[in-house]
Design a binder for this molecule. Sequence first.
Ligand SMILES: Cc1cc2nc3c(=O)[nH]c(=O)nc-3n(C[C@H](O)[C@H](O)[C@H](O)COP(=O)(O)O)c2cc1C
Length: 386
Amino acid sequence: MNLQYSAESTARKLFTPVRIGPYTLKHRIVLPPLSRLRAQPGTGIPSDLQLEYYTQRASDGGLIITEATAIASSARGYYHAPGLYSEEQVAGWKRITDAVHAKGATFFTQLWHAGRTSHVEITGSQPVTASVDPAYWADANNVIDAPDGFKPVSEHRALDTDEISTIVGQYRDAAQNAKRAGFDGVELMAANGHLIDQFLQDNVNKRTDRYGGSIANRARLLLEVVDTLVEVWGADRVGVRLAPNNSFNGMGDSDPHALFGYVVRRLDALGIAYIHIIEPRIKGADTIAEGQPPIATQELGKLFRGPVIAAGGFNPETAEATVANGDAGLIAFGRHFVANPDLPKRIADGLPLNPYDRSTFYSFDARGYTDYPFYDASLADPLPAA
Ligand SMILES: Cc1cc2nc3c(=O)[nH]c(=O)nc-3n(C[C@H](O)[C@H](O)[C@H](O)COP(=O)(O)O)c2cc1C
């Protein structure tokens, strides 16, 4: 069944200009990071399919963000995910940034360290995290994409304090590679239970060093990485993605309001390009609180003077309302952008949306990736009789 978006709706504010750092966008519909597992297996080199996929979704004056992209071989979480730590990966991304820019879009890359959401067969060494939690690897629901198929994560170990500067250095190297690959900026993946989130939230971080305990200590890794990214890119080309109060990948915090409020205040003081917030009504790729308003954006947006990208559970109407009332500056559409390569045009013109097929989110080939149709008026159903 097609999701209908009425042509009478007035998606006006979504199609007004907005600035992200030095870039002036022509509309406010963002392609968020979506891991789709179509990079070259194992090597993480971007594939021809990815070139086609991102080119399809680039629009004049739009912002698109890559899927989670590993900063180092030991940072990987999926066998078919891309990286930004080898020359071949940089060259592979360069082809894609060139094609995206030719369509007039702005292109950021999401820099990613999976931490414990991984497997030793992918990382080559035991995955690392803030603190050891055997219950995490014992839970068969915590699966990743390994060389021989989807399987539970492997055992992990806690990072030593003096190893953390190496991780920060890997972010620096990947940020520099992102420049050479032709991106316009970088987004730090600090959401959805990956390494930075594992340090932030206190149901995972049980450390007693300067990276654990107080909120300031748990936010230290995030802020050290952001400082490094800012050194490479300048604050106005660095974004941060957060998932406050999100339970995906086993996350949880005793006081998420205080934790994420602190983080956003610190990011505001740095004047970064944007914050990108995933609403708690979403868990990973699922809606778990249908109808809940964008509560995290409403709360945290008040603490950040720059642009806020809101993500999670939006449709064209709620997106328009959210930017029109000032709760967010831009709206990211995940699953709808999966299924609608021309999503901004469809929303602008009030056209129906293709439904997404969840079974092909992570299925490695063109089906459900690059074969969703662009809107074709000649194939449209005739209007129902009045
Ligand atoms: C297939 C799939 C892969 C995703 N991969 C990532 C990712 O790599 N990085 C990330 O920050 N979020 C990821 N997400 C979350 C989306 O960016 C988005 O926040 C989520 O889909 C909620 O938005 P929606 O309700 O518009 O789909 C993924 C979601 C889906 C459905």
